[in-house]
Design a binder for this molecule. Structure first.
Ligand code: HAM
Length: 412
């Protein structure tokens, strides 16, 4: 072993895992593209200010978890911790408001957060995500939620719970926030230190506390849902009606808190018992009707979600993907190396999968390798010609080297 290892919170993706990721990506792509989503790729780093303004100065992500880079004499860039602010930036930068709305985009990339690594919590992780930008219609909310439910089911994730809430608009939230701050101040002596320290910065996070005494206080705290104006309640009710029409089970959780500041109205999270009790969020998202304005653009509604690829794979019950079958294995005595090499490359060029001895093994050793990969044909180059063995019950034959392709063509 060398003295280097992967940094904490990162990992290598070896071929077997890569095959699982590949299958997840193909499944998601099929489901999302059928629903009209086009793929978008944004840069791995952005101006730091995009996240400070978009995700919110008071969030843990911006306060503690950003990997910042410096370049261009003092300009600060940040390895993207999430994809929504970058996609909204791209929507505005490329004038996508001129396209038919909503514009539907999906992505699958690496994200970076400087968190303390633990089970299911990494410093580099992959997110599959979608954003539907340009329509406030509750049908968009229901559709995006259904798409994540469909993907989770298709990739074999079991034991899934969908939590749903509504945060309303910033104005009603501001009034509620004052009420909550007053309530927290009145109960300060029963709250955990961490919650007290954040009362002014982010009082809603108190609902997220794991501290038993804090939880007791929060059980009786005023709820945002009871303070929402009729318009927001109607929007939320329609989202629920549509989810029910689609037979998707959910639980309304009025204490649902997510760590990003841009959310308005619909908020949701998919959790799985397969992930244990703490980092059990497979994915989540919500509406962010104020994000475009926070980034200096015109009012633009939007909604989306992101789901952790590593977490989805951990919670998936699908068996590992089967390897594609090998059509031809080429073995040879050393003096026939060139002809053997040519056959393997001709076979690949003709669209077949072919393996060739590359480690100088004896013919016996090569045949042992062949039995491992279970090819349809084995071609052995000898002084007498090519011994062609058909593992699918066909006859073994001795053929001329230049006719091997002719013999296998049509049967593969
Ligand atoms: P998020 O809840 O911060 O939302 O992240 C979404 C998902 O990414 C989480 O549910 C989790 O599965 C995965 N994830 C997040 N952090 C880590 C980590 N450190 N290690 C492993 N997995 C992680 C967002 O990022 C929003 N941009 C989602 C969104 C899209 N909202 C609207 N549109």
């Amino acid at each position: 072993m060398s003295r280097f290892q992967t940094p904490p919170g990162t990992s290598d993706v070896l071929p077997e895992k890569a095959a699982e990721r590949d299958r997840l990506e193909q499944t998601a792509k099929k489901i999302l593209e059928k629903a009209g989503y086009g793929r978008i790729e944004t840069p791995t780093f952005e101006f730091t200010e995009l996240f400070a303004r978009g995700v919110g100065e008071a969030t843990d992500v911006v306060q503690k978890e950003m990997f910042n880079l410096e370049a261009d004499s003092g300009t600060s860039y940040t390895l993207r911790p999430e994809g929504t602010a970058p996609v909204m930036r791209a929507y505005m930068e490329h004038g996508m408001h001129k396209l038919p709305q909503p514009v539907k985009l999906w992505y699958l990339s690496s994200y970076f957060r400087n968190e303390t690594p633990q089970a299911h919590r990494y410093r580099q992780f992959s997110q599959l995500g979608i954003e539907a930008i340009g329509s406030p219609d509750p049908a968009v909310d229901a559709e995006v939620i259904l798409l994540l439910a469909e993907i989770l089911e298709a990739i074999g994730v079991r034991d899934v719970t969908l939590l749903l809430a509504s945060l309303g608009q910033p104005e009603s939230r501001a009034e509620y926030r004052e009420e909550l701050v007053a309530y927290l101040r009145a109960h300060e002596d029963q709250l955990s230190r961490e919650v007290v320290d954040r009362i002014d910065l982010n009082p809603l996070r108190a609902f997220d506390s794991k501290d038993p005494r804090t939880r007791e206080v929060m059980a009786k705290a005023p709820r945002l849902i009871d303070r929402l104006p009729q318009e927001d309640l109607d929007h939320f009710a329609e989202v629920q009606d549509l989810l029910q029409a689609a037979h998707l089970a959910y639980t309304v959780d009025t204490t649902l808190v997510r760590g990003l500041d841009y959310y308005t109205r619909t908020l949701f999270e998919f959790q799985s018992g397969q992930l244990g009790a703490t980092q059990n969020a497979l994915g989540g998202g919500g509406r962010y009707d104020g994000l475009a304005q926070a980034l200096g653009g015109p009012p633009t509604p939007g909604i989306g979600w992101a789901a952790g690829v590593e977490r989805m794979l951990s919670a998936s019950t699908q068996p590992p993907p089967v390897e594609a079958p090998v059509d031809l294995f080429v073995a040879y005595h050393p003096e026939h190396k060139v002809a053997a090499f040519k056959l393997a490359s001709d076979a690949r060029r003709a669209g077949h999968s072919a393996r060739l001895e590359l480690a100088g093994r004896s013919v016996k050793g090569q045949l042992k390798q062949a039995s491992r990969v279970r090819p349809r044909y084995v071609a052995i180059f000898t002084d007498e010609g090519v011994e062609l063995r058909d593992r699918d019950g066909g006859e073994d034959k001795l053929v001329a080297p230049e006719t091997v392709m002719h013999h296998i063509r049509g049967t593969l």
